[in-house]
Design a protein around this ligand. Sequence first.
Ligand SMILES: Cc1cc2nc3c(=O)[nH]c(=O)nc-3n(C[C@H](O)[C@H](O)[C@H](O)COP(=O)(O)OP(=O)(O)OC[C@H]3O[C@@H](n4cnc5c(N)ncnc54)[C@H](O)[C@@H]3O)c2cc1C
Length: 398
Amino acid sequence: MRVLISGGGIAGPALAWWLHRAGADVTIVERAPGPRPGGHAVDVRGTARTVVERMGLMPAVRAQRVDERGIALVDARDRRLASMPAGLFGGEGIVAEIEISRGDLAGILLEATAATTEYRYGNQITALRQDDDGVDVTFASGGTERFDIVVGADGVHSGVRALAFGPESDFVRPLGGYGTYFTVPDPGDLDHWFLMFNAPGGRVAGLRPERGGTAKASLSFRTPERLGRLDRASRQRLLAERFAGVGWRVPSLLAALPEAGDFFFDSIDQVRVDRWSRGRVVLLGDAGYCGSPLAGLGTSMSLVGAYVLAGELAAAADPAAAFTAYQSTMAAYVADGTELPPGGMAAFAPGNRLMIRMRALSMRSMGRWPMKQLLAKQFAKSDAITLPDYAALAPHHS
Ligand SMILES: Cc1cc2nc3c(=O)[nH]c(=O)nc-3n(C[C@H](O)[C@H](O)[C@H](O)COP(=O)(O)OP(=O)(O)OC[C@H]3O[C@@H](n4cnc5c(N)ncnc54)[C@H](O)[C@@H]3O)c2cc1C
């Protein structure tokens, strides 16, 4: 089976790993000129942890995990308004037991697949034409090649989805805001805590510890506008304007921004696609189902989805049957995992001081009955799927 995966983020390389074990010939086409560094700490939760264990990558993940003790909401003078230690929900709270910087996880997956997967950077699919037996793929670099299956693992703004399913506006639901992440020098006083500061006007600044003398800054803001494509200088200007005068550590974060090698800036969106396949083309990860960073299960769903998709492709008689089984196995887990936490965007980025106080109060109550019980249910979502055992993915097949 010749498989082309568009997108070399998290979902694409994870799928390549499992498909190789099942004996497929896998190519990844990635639009960026090389592996993309950066990203906030992402968590590997619940069932996704089992997938990483089955890949034999848990020692590498643990070795690079961020030692994060919890999350604290702070005021402009860094006083704690509320906090939630990592252990509160058995390691499955807002800060999970296994937090790893997205760039480090991408690096682990890349290393695990580099020898068995052909990576083509700086290229992308420009046309797809499928018939009963395969898909003819045209690349931006020129030339057409035939594959048995094409997978769109190219994120929220998936190119494969646009080509084979329809315009982005049919599938992407904006939550009314933008988020940005970039690396800054470690300020030295985080003490392993993720600090978050809310300012009126729906503005949120965060600073998270990471490994190796740096920290990850995030600046998010609410806006009903769609900003369109902006170059880096315009994005930086926009952030400086939106965050002017908010105080806290924001001036130093903004001052460090021009030096950051990884500057990720995107709208905060959800992705809902009713049917994840069209013929021989299928979606995986954020391209097909994304709850936004607010829902927090994107990386886990990508890892679990990669395992299930590979397993079903290896087990089924034809791609259509495999894709149906992939979706039905994942459906309930994805429905839960893409659901926003209570209050959604307004709770994450409150508009005024009263709502900011309410947010802190609500976090303070999380450790106590009845909020604790309610939230335990919310965090249990990451276990809401039982991994099937696929013969072709068992270790003796490698
Ligand atoms: C640089 C970066 C930083 C991120 N930081 C965070 C973060 O801090 N917090 C958070 O919650 N989530 C973050 N995300 C999103 C997070 O990685 C995903 O939600 C999750 O891991 C699911 O992974 P995915 O592989 O489906 O999508 P992604 O990780 O988004 O990967 C998609 C990949 O497809 C590539 N791509 C896009 N369009 C095309 C195309 N047309 N052709 C070929 N390739 C294409 C992208 O360059 C990217 O490498 C980040 C994503 C990226 C790319």
